[in-house]
Write a protein that binds this ligand. Structure first.
Ligand code: SIN
Ligand code: FE2
Length: 216
């Protein structure tokens, strides 16, 4: 299936359509990278990444943390959003301006106006780390899109359908790519294949994904 030619709209350079309201914006985050990484270091001094437990009691393969008014957490009680970091008992670090600016610009470029993300989940992947197929549905309102920023090592993003068994597109993502999905595509299953060891000049053997959401 030729991606980019799936939907009834003129192909734009650097933009790949994964669905009627889902886009990959190739390299969109590159102009923001220096600011993103500086802000990220500050966020993670206050809220270091950790392997949260799944409701089944296993440590997640990705290490994560959050910034913004709300943070996504997982433990034996389940998945939910919390205003505080369970590890420190403190509010999550504020959403850095660079994160919010990039998210707004990416949402707009994908056709979503008036985006106001209040949560950013920060995922750290190492070689072998994977993220199994899931839907993002812990947010209160499913109208706003998800904005997902890839940094560091490349990965293969799986973008499936509204049912877990639907065939998933395999979308290679590079440093600086941004994926935006909302509207009719908002609840599509997605995940990440186990990462290969392909170290990145800036981040070494690591991939960092920023997932911005309007959660509250
Ligand atoms: C996620 O679904 O939370 C992250 C997706 C990614 O790492 O690209
Ligand atoms: Fe997700």
């Amino acid at each position: 299936m030729a991606q980019g030619a799936l939907f009834d709209e003129p192909a734009q350079q650097g933009i790949v359509a994964l669905g009627p309201e889902a886009r990959v914006l190739r390299g969109f985050a590159l102009p923001w990278v220096d600011r993103l990484l500086a802000a990220l270091a500050e966020v993670e001094r206050a809220a270091p990444p950790r392997h949260m437990l799944t409701p089944g009691g296993l440590a997640m393969s990705v290490a994560n943390t959050n910034c913004g008014a709300l943070g996504w957490v997982s433990d034996r009680r389940g998945y939910r959003y919390s205003a505080t970091d369970p590890q420190s008992g403190q509010p999550w670090p504020a959403m850095p301006a660079a994160f919010a600016e990039l998210a707004l610009a990416a949402a707009a470029a994908a056709g979503f106006a008036d985006y106001a993300p209040d949560a950013c989940l920060i995922n750290h992947y190492r070689p072998g780390t994977r993220l199994s197929l899931h839907q993002d549905k812990d947010e209160r309102d499913h109208r706003a899109p998800i904005v997902s920023v890839s940094l560091g090592m490349p990965a293969v993003f799986l973008f499936g359908g509204l049912a877990r068994a639907d065939k998933a597109l395999r979308v290679p993502l590079q440093h600086g790519d941004v994926v935006v999905w909302g509207g009719v595509d908002r609840l599509r299953f997605h995940g990440v294949l186990p990462l290969k060891e392909l170290p990145h000049p800036l981040l070494g053997a690591e991939r960092i994904n920023l997932t911005l959401r309007q959660a509250g």
